[in-house]
Design a protein around this ligand. Sequence first.
Ligand code: IMP
Ligand code: MG
Length: 429
Amino acid sequence: MAQQGSCTVVVGCQWGDEGKGKIVDVLAEDVDIVARYQGGANAGHTVHVGEDEFILHQIPSGILHEGKRCLLGNGVVLDITRFFEEYDVLVSRGVDVEGRIGVSRRAQLLLPYHRLLDQATEESADVKIGTTGRGIGPAYEDKTGRRGVRVVDLANTERLQRAVEQAKARVCMRIGELGARVSDDLDRAMEEALGLGGRLLALATDTGPEISQALREGRRVLLEGAQGTALDLDHGTYPFVTSSNTTAAGAATGTGIGPTAIDAVVGVVKAYTTRVGEGPLPTAFEPEMDERVRVLGGEYGATTGRPRRCGWFDSVITRHAAQVNGLTGLAVTKLDVLDTLDELKVATAYRMPDGSLTERFPADTWSLTAVEPVYENLPGWEASTAEVLRLEDLPANARAYLDRIEELTGTAVQWVSVGTRRSQIIPVG
Ligand code: IMP
Ligand code: MG
């Protein structure tokens, strides 16, 4: 039977923190299912509902809309302890989650030893990645090393115990080799995590068949990416990336549907650029401007509280994102943060260390530390946009800025956000 419903992917087009949570929250209004397809508790999606602020790490932002089904796909590395912390906070704040959350039986479990190994690896590394310390890399290493423990394994106590003991022994040995210490807390943390196994199993589902059936029955589905294109394991600034495929194709493998089921891909871009963690940021501001925009935009990590580095809008990276994700539309966020600037710059190309010009995102990450962005200057609008409700009411220079982003990325702007409230996300057209 042909697909009657619709399936949209929402992806980040920079280094994460583009405001995907906010866009998903608004789009979720019109869908039936929202599913996460990769990453884990490294993500931090901030959503404002009225006066309330919610920071979601693993549970999809759709949870803040009554009655929507929220899934964690097989591509996720599920931190069981933190998952239930988040779950219980939602319940205590009055969100009705009963029967609304499902986790893939095929999802990998992220256990306390992964966090320890992540932190020990970072501390001893020559080239630091600046990870969130949430155990993401080690959990995906266990997955691709074919020794991970999955949600389905929670149903078989004997097999689970064996697998976990072996994994723990391996990790502890590795931590010793790295010259770090295994914290005394590990056994207690493991007990706590595995003690939640029964609760997690009660939420287990097969996300692929569940989503496919919903689509056949005419329902609408949103697949929510975490992090961003430049943090994609294959297409980002390797090795300064996360350990999963953040890009749109990852939405198919990470939930268990076919790529032909996807109808639209919305790319979320900030009106400027930010990055948290190590690795190059070609359009980085000079220190004074960096501080100014960080304060204006509240650019501190939602998961780790680290200050984000800030820079001009970079169309080289967003063109790359448009290509690799097959974007059908853009959502430009935080336009209001630029309200007080008298002049704006947009990078259109990079001058490479050998003097050549490129409009294409270079594979050699190390060359990115030495490229010189080629900038185009655009006049600022120097007016508040926070109360604007319609595109045509934006200042002319703000509209010109959006038009230029559209041209440079070859992708139509479909939403613009000028603040954190739901009403501050302006639909275009
Ligand atoms: P990991 O995902 O914790 O392994 O971190 C790898 C890189 O991705 C680091 O540079 C992190 O700062 C970055 N990162 C991971 N998750 C996020 C996120 O949700 N927003 C922004 N950066 C992130
Ligand atoms: Mg974030």
